[in-house]
Design a protein around this ligand. Structure first.
Ligand SMILES: Cc1cc2nc3c(=O)[nH]c(=O)nc-3n(C[C@H](O)[C@H](O)[C@H](O)COP(=O)(O)O)c2cc1C
Length: 307
């Protein structure tokens, strides 16, 4: 009997649904046992998010400070043939509950020398979060053999509005008669996720060790080269602002509020100015940077490769 563990956390339920669809060929197979472990913060993160709580979560998230989570129902002695780690992106970093799991003793014991597939569903900026996740996987000596990233169907520009409106109100939209498109991953993409589970099932049945070729050729990720430098700039500035906010006071303290509001104003200005300018500059210099961009795309799409 092959054993697969699915560790997941979702607020709206979208990512957990994606994870279920992803492993559905495995759950339906008689020769595979699938264990689901939902991460549960001791103090739940609200959904929809009140604005100040949303903004206030940012510094700890960026600095990978783990919030206390309940111990997931996983036997630390059990060995799995594969672990699927389904996490969202918060502020260009892994969502705090996923960070908390990765930093736990349980993760160290369960993931050591075990093949892991990371599965993300987010707005569309996941590159830096996956870099952080790779670091955490390395520190527990897990073997990253696959990576799948699904992004919101609204597209880069409209999702800047649609996704925050969704998490701040709980309503996916569409809004204004369809002028602001619906937030979240397209239903067709969610449905098509079982192709990954089918491939994994085939490989498990071949009795070969799972390696980086596991999910190649299935369109597991699409790296948007226009976002690479925006994400890098974003992460640098998030660390600077996050450090400042942490120096001002502990989470939830009133002293943080003015700095949080200043950061949020900066963030909106950053999105409206620096992001489009950097996208435009990238386009202008594209003929001279084609090789470097191809290398970057290749790097970020590992281990599963681009569509
Ligand atoms: C606090 C917070 C910060 C977020 N930051 C990002 C981000 O940096 N990049 C991104 O692509 N999506 C971001 N998102 C969107 C989430 O990754 C995800 O798509 C959304 O929360 C819905 O997840 P769920 O349906 O699993 O609950 C953020 C969401 C929240 C709540």
């Amino acid at each position: 009997m092959k054993k697969v563990l699915v560790v997941h956390y979702s607020q709206s339920g979208q990512l957990s649904r994606i994870a279920e669809r992803f492993v559905s060929p495995l759950t339906e197979a008689a020769d595979v046992e699938v264990t689901f472990a939902a991460l549960q913060p001791v103090e739940p993160f609200p959904f929809p998010w009140p604005f100040l709580r949303f903004a206030g979560t940012f510094p700890e998230c960026v600095y990978l400070d783990p919030p206390p989570i309940q111990t997931p129902p996983i036997d630390p002695e059990e060995r799995f043939d594969l672990v699927v780690l389904a996490y969202q992106v918060w502020f260009l970093a892994p969502a705090c509950p996923a960070t908390a799991f990765m930093q736990s003793e349980l993760a160290r014991r369960v993931l050591e020398d075990t093949p892991v597939v990371t599965l993300i569903a987010c707005r569309n900026m996941w590159l830096m979060a996956q870099e952080e996740m790779k670091g955490m996987l390395e520190s527990v000596r897990a073997r990253l053999v696959g990576h799948v990233a699904l992004v919101d169907e609204a597209g880069s520009v409209w999702s800047f509005l649609a996704t925050p409106l969704w998490v701040l109100t709980g309503n996916k939209g569409p809004r204004l008669g369809g002028r602001i498109p619906r937030a979240g991953v397209a239903e067709a993409e969610i449905e098509a996720c079982d192709r990954f589970g089918s491939r994994i099932l085939d490989r498990l049945r071949q009795e070969e060790p799972l390696d980086e070729s596991l999910l190649r050729g299935l369109g597991a990720v699409r790296v948007d080269e226009k976002l690479i430098s925006s994400e890098r700039m974003g992460r640098r500035s998030f660390r600077a602002w996050g450090g400042l906010i942490r120096a001002v006071g502990p989470p939830g303290s009133l002293r943080r509020i003015p700095v949080l509001l200043a950061w949020f104003t900066f963030l909106v200005a950053f999105i409206l100015t620096l992001v489009p300018i950097s996208v435009l500059l990238k386009k202008l210099i594209a003929p001279f940077t084609a090789r470097r961009i191809a290398e970057q795309k290749q790097y970020f799409s590992q281990p599963s490769g681009v569509s």
